[in-house]
Write a protein that binds this ligand. Structure first.
Ligand code: SUG
Length: 448
């Protein structure tokens, strides 16, 4: 049976703004308070989705969340009509209003961890929504994420959904941003690679000093158990705490994997040799020929990797067996990174082509091409069981582009977030979107 890796990209929501909300994420902190352009952000994302579709990849769409999140503000004690809730939050606690308006759900690599059916004990595709509890503005995403994923992957014969892990730092879980799957073919059993930043219960593991390690070992282990993964099918590895302190807040800022290949920075991990040997051995047992490309620090410094998002790229398998790397424009404007990439594609290795996309609106909040997509490996039967409304077609692309142009503002500043009209605009847009994507009622304003 044929199998595919389907990329579901997060559609940027109408409140996309620069709130400076993510301590440890250099771009989010340095662009705080700049005016954003939500329309441009959403169109940039759609361009990338269309380009992949046009290249023959199966491409899906993941809906944004309801923002401002009035229900979250109510749970913090703001009361009255919806307009009054927003007005009071703006007057008394602006940072909470900003957090409740974040369009951060666009970075769907953080929505969930996904294990394909070939890896799981019950032969279903498993999803665990990420609790994202390191940052308040992201911790409020998972209930809607679960509803949206449930509406996209509804058939319980093929899909199993797990609620987010306990909402405490000891089980901090950032989803697929710290998870990669290696395999020979997408439909064959693979090895799932979980990368954590610290251990919550075992002090022998070092931790970063300056910035938070968002993913714990215990969270990764819990997800592997929930998904019914076998010991032969998992490898756990620790991120180098020193790179977290340089702004690598998720492992997908310093490494990306696909098929039989891991593309990573020399300084990405602790105990790299041992980890690579384990991956090699476990993949060999599955008939796969694991390879890695380590980018040396004297060619690309960690700082260049963080600024350019070289590793926050999409590594895609093409029909001829070669790989394509989708990178953000910031890689081309960094001379060292661009030079490295020129050498990489001509070296006779698996990565033969680089394609560049302008994702500046998302990049300025620390979200590159890989952050914007959730990968779901599916066989033909499973793909047929996915809600067809969320699979991108030329017609859906046109509809979504028109929808964005109709509903989105082209400038948003912090002061605009207090405008009660913005809430109405967002709800009108999202109500229409659930019809376009055939999701049913998934948003709090549609349910309550
Ligand atoms: O969680 N930025 C996101 C970026 C997530 C990137 N995802 C991956 N690497 N997979 C974060 O830090 C910034 C929001 C603001 O400051 O307005 C933000 O949430």
């Amino acid at each position: 049976m044929k199998s595919f890796e389907v990329n579901f990209d997060g559609l940027v929501g109408p409140t996309h703004n620069y709130g400076g909300l993510s301590f440890g994420n250099v771009a989010s902190q340095s662009n705080s308070q700049q005016a954003s352009n939500p329309r441009e952000a959403a169109l940039q994302g759609l361009e990338k989705m269309k380009a992949l579709m046009d290249m023959g990849f199966v491409q899906g769409v993941l809906a944004p969340q309801e923002r401002p999140d009035v229900a979250a503000l109510r749970s913090l004690g703001f009361a009255g009509t919806d307009a009054q809730v927003i007005e009071r939050a703006a007057k008394e606690a602006m940072p909470l209003l900003v957090a409740s308006c974040s369009a951060s759900s666009m970075w769907v690599a953080n929505a969930a961890t996904v294990s394909p059916s070939a890896d799981t004990a019950d032969g279903r595709v498993h999803f665990t929504a990420a609790n994202l509890n390191c940052k308040y503005h992201r911790s409020i995403e998972h209930p809607t994420t679960s509803r949206v994923l449930g509406a996209m992957f509804a058939d319980s014969q093929h899909f199993a959904h797990h609620a987010a892990l306990p909402a405490v730092a000891q089980f901090g879980d950032e989803g697929a941003a710290n998870h990669t799957r290696f395999c020979r073919e997408y439909g064959e059993a693979g090895v799932e690679f979980f990368v954590f930043g610290r251990s919550a219960f075992d002090s022998r593991y070092p931790a970063p000093q300056k910035y938070p390690a968002r993913q714990t070992l215990e969270a990764s282990q819990a997800v592997a158990r929930l998904h019914g993964l076998s010991e032969e099918g998992v490898v756990f590895a620790q991120q180098n705490p020193a790179v977290i302190d340089q702004g690598v807040f998720h492992n997908d800022v310093i490494a990306v994997g696909n098929g039989e290949l891991l593309f990573h920075h020399q300084d990405a991990f602790l105990n790299t040799e041992q980890m690579l040997a384990e991956l090699h051995g476990k993949l060999a047992a599955r008939g796969a020929n694991f390879q890695s490309i380590s980018v040396p620090r004297d060619q690309v410094a960690v700082e260049d990797a963080v600024r350019s998002y070289l590793f926050n790229s999409q590594l895609l398998s093409r029909a001829d067996g070669s790989m394509l790397l989708i990178v953000p424009e910031e890689c081309r404007s960094n001379p060292r990174v661009w030079q490295y990439l020129q050498g990489l594609t001509t070296a006779g290795g698996p990565i033969r082509e680089v394609k560049v996309f302008d994702l500046k609106q998302s990049m300025q909040n620390g979200g590159g091409p890989a952050c914007l997509r959730l990968r779901v490996a599916l066989n033909e039967t499973e793909l047929a069981a996915v809600n067809p409304g969320v699979i991108l077609t030329p017609a859906l692309y046109d509809t979504l582009t028109a929808w964005v142009n109709k509903h989105y503002r082209d400038a948003l500043r912090e002061s605009d977030l207090a405008d009660p009209q913005l809430l109405l605009e967002c709800r009108t847009a999202l109500d229409e979107l659930t019809q376009i994507l055939k999701l049913g009622a998934v948003y709090p304003f549609q349910i309550n």
